[in-house]
Structures are given as structure tokens and as C-alpha cells.
Ligand binder design. Structure first.
Ligand code: FAD
Length: 359
């Protein structure tokens, strides 16, 4: 069976890895680079790892696995009547097509946008690293996970870091958890400007409703926009992302979507961990094993400076501390999620316990 995957991110590469040997697997990606780790990009910018560490799989690895990797190839449209993917470098027939097209950085929409960089790709990271080494300081716009990772790592490396965020709470967590993250990041030197709305940017800084904040290098981390255009052009239904069911099927026959581009009943998971989990489930489904993804329970693992933070399931509402690292959230007295600080193993145990109803 020929499986063609669009996108060589964590979702696409994990699926290819799991199908290789038993299926004829092709990956196309418009970037000219093999898979690299996006969660490691801010470690690379800070100088903690070198370029090589970002690229775990060599061209030989893909070859050994029997994966036909086609880089620098953009998928243009799907000819669904003929089961053919039309690309910038020719047509590729498929039996199953998987859209793992991910997402792109959300661009700021304020005047002076041209003075602000975004971070999604290796090229973005390279440019930010070069500028950072020249300027010695950075202003991060946005207190989501990408902003916090970048700010934490770069501050830990000794650069001067400001973080501007429009609300009081980071990561949309409750006040108590947000304050704990803020404290940890302040310990490594991140300077916070909270509840500040951006008005405009210029070469030397940004204007906010709390005043002018100087800083020549500005990186915006305002979240992401799912890459759904290929699906839409091909007549596949999409909203914010590409609509899928719990079996990761799109509205079109033999076409699936996984990872950051996929939307299930209003939910886009949006993390590397979940993209990999989708890939595992899809690999099982394509082997005709029964499986489905529980979208009410997306989870993620981040590292902000030295603090590992796991967000498990729903992390809003009524929360109680189980121990000093673990805050569990409840609905009608039933655990629906948790935040675990500083302990990856504990996070895995808590996630398993909540999923299995043992907590
Ligand atoms: P992506 O990784 O976005 O890959 C999609 C690929 O599809 C891209 O290579 C793109 O070039 C290709 N593509 C798109 N359209 C086409 C087309 N038409 N034709 C050909 N190719 C196409 N997640 C975590 O869980 N933990 C973290 O700590 C974490 N840190 C992060 C830090 C940074 C700086 C960033 C940017 C992200 C981070 N994430 C983290 C998020 C995580 O990287 C994403 O959720 C994950 O990469 C999504 O995987 P994906 O396979 O769905 O898509």
C-alpha cells in the first residue's frame, strides 16, 4: 500500500517510521531540510546545543528505513478523483494520503510589523541567533509556551531578556501556577511586562499601552495558524484546522490529517507530543487495529529554563494540589487534567492515572 505523507515534522516522521517496512512510504516537505526538533530551537538559539543536535535523522537513516523523502517539494493540490498528489515536482499516486502540514507562526498585526521576527523554522532560529549574538538582548512578545521557552533559555545563557504579555497569567494557567512559572523565569533573569498590549513597533522598541519598551531584537510568539490551505484547495472541509474525526479521517476518502494542522470538534492539540501520539494511532489504524485519539485529553511537556512543566488534559477550573509538584483539575469531582512542575516521570504517572480513572 502506498502511503504519501505531506510534512516531515514530528507527526509525519513518526508515522513514516512506524509504517516503514510494511508500507511503501513517501514524505514530501517544502522545506529543504530533513526533520529537525522545533522544541530544541530555543536551546540552539541560546547556544546550549549545536546545529547537529537538532537533526536526529540523516539522509541515510531515511534510506535505511526505506522512506522515500522528497525535500524542497511543495504539495499543491490533491487530485482526489485519481488519488494523486500534485506537487511542485510532479505527481505522486497514493492509496492513503496523510496531511501532516503543521502550522506556521501567527504574524503580529500591529504597525511596524517588519521590525518583528517570528520563530517556527530552523531558518527563523538561525536568524534570531545571529541577531541575538549581535544585540546581546531580546524582547519576546507573548507568554505562550514558545515565548516562555525562548525567554527562559536565552536568559539562562546570560542575555538580557524582556517578555511582554497581554494578560496577567502565563500559558492561560491560573494565577497560582502562573506565578510559580514567572518566579522560576525571573530567577534566570527574565524581566516581565504583564498586562501590556502592543500598539506598534519601530526599529528600537515597541509601544505598549503601558509605555514604550526599548529593544532592537523583537521576537513574536503569538501562537500558530494551522496549514489548511492544501486541504481547502482540494475540497476538504476545514475550520481553524483541517476537520477530522476521532479516527483522524478528513472529509475525503483515504485522506487523514494529524498534528498541528488537524482540528477535532473545535480542538487543535498543537504540540509535538500530540503530533507523535496522532501518528502512533494512525499507524495502528492503517494496520487495521482498532484505535482512536481522545481529543479531550491533549497533553504537552515543556522546559522553561530549568523547569520541566507538563500540561495534562484540561488545566482550567477547580484545581487542588495533590502534592507540592502536582495540581489536579476536577469537573464534578472527577479529575480531568493536571499540571506537574519539575518532574517528568511524575507527569507520566499522573497522566496514566487520570486516563485510567485511577486518581
Ligand atoms: P510541523 O512540525 O509544523 O511540520 C509540518 C511540515 O509540513 C513542515 O516541515 C512544513 O514545511 C511542511 N508542509 C506544510 N505544508 C506543506 C505543503 N503544502 N507541501 C509540503 N510540505 C508542507 N511542542 C511540544 O510538545 N513541546 C515543546 O517544548 C515545544 N516547543 C516548541 C518550540 C518552538 C520554537 C516551536 C516552533 C514549536 C514547539 N513545539 C513544542 C510545538 C511543536 O514543534 C509542534 O506542535 C509540532 O512541530 C507539530 O508537528 P507537526 O508534525 O504537526 O507539524
Amino acid at each position: 500500500m502506498r502511503v504519501v505523507i505531506v510534512g516531515d515534522g514530528p507527526g509525519g516522521v513518526e508515522l513514516a517510521k512506524r509504517l516503514s517496512g510494511d508500507f511503501e512510504v513517501t514524505i514530501v516537505d517544502k522545506e529543504g531540510l530533513p526533520y529537525y526538533s522545533k522544541p530544541m530551537l530555543s536551546h540552539y538559539i541560546a547556544g546550549f546545543v549545536d546545529e547537529k543536535a537538532l537533526f536526529p535523522y540523516s539522509a541515510e537513516w531515511y534510506e535505511r528505513k526505506g522512506i522515500d523523502l522528497r525535500l524542497g517539494v511543495e504539495a499543491k493540490i490533491i487530485d482526489r478523483a485519481r488519488n494523486v498528489l500534485v506537487t511542485s515536482k510532479g505527481n505522486i499516486p497514493y492509496d492513503v494520503l496523510v496531511l501532516a502540514t503543521g502550522a506556521r507562526a501567527r504574524e503580529p498585526s500591529i504597525p511596524g510589523r517588519e521590525h518583528i521576527l517570528t520563530l517556527r523554522t530552523f531558518d527563523d532560529a538561525k536568524m534570531i541567533k545571529e541577531r541575538l549574538e549581535g544585540e546581546g538582548e531580546i524582547t519576546v512578545l507573548g507568554g505562550g509556551f514558545i515565548g516562555l521557552e525562548l525567554a527562559g533559555n536565552v536568559a539562562k545563557a546570560g542575555y538580557s531578556v524582556k517578555l511582554i504579555h497581554r494578560s496577567k497569567n502565563l500559558l492561560r494557567l491560573d494565577e497560582e501556577l502562573s506565578e510559580k512559572l514567572q518566579e522560576k523565569l525571573e530567577e534566570v533573569g527574565v524581566g516581565f511586562h504583564l498586562e501590556a498590549n502592543l500598539l506598534k513597533a519601530d526599529k528600537n522598541g515597541v509601544e505598549t499601552d503601558k509605555g514604550y519598551i526599548p529593544g532592537r531584537l523583537k521576537v513574536c510568539a503569538f501562537g500558530v495558524v494551522p496549514n489548511k490551505e492544501l486541504a481547502l484547495r482540494s475540497g476538504i472541509h476545514a475550520g481553524r484546522g483541517i476537520f477530522i474525526d476521532a479516527g483522524l479521517r478528513t472529509s475525503a476518502k483515504d485522506i487523514y490529517a494529524i498534528g498541528d494542522c488537524a482540528e477535532y470538534s473545535g480542538t487543535i492539540c498543537g504540540t509535538a507530543k500530540t503530533a507523535v501520539e496522532h501518528a502512533k494511532i494512525l499507524a495502528n489504524l492503517l494496520r487495521e487495529q482498532d484505535n482512536h485519539y481522545d481529543f479531550s485529553f491533549c497533553s504537552a511537556l515543556f522546559k522553561f529554563a530549568d523547569l520541566n512543566v507538563a500540561l495534562i488534559g484540561r488545566t482550567k477550573g477547580e484545581g487542588r494540589w495533590l502534592d507540592e509538584k502536582t495540581k489536579v483539575f476536577y469537573k464534578d469531582e472527577k479529575p480531568i487534567g493536571a499540571v506537574v512542575l519539575g518532574d517528568v516521570r511524575r507527569a507520566m504517572e499522573v497522566e496514566k492515572a487520570i486516563r485510567e480513572g485511577l486518581l
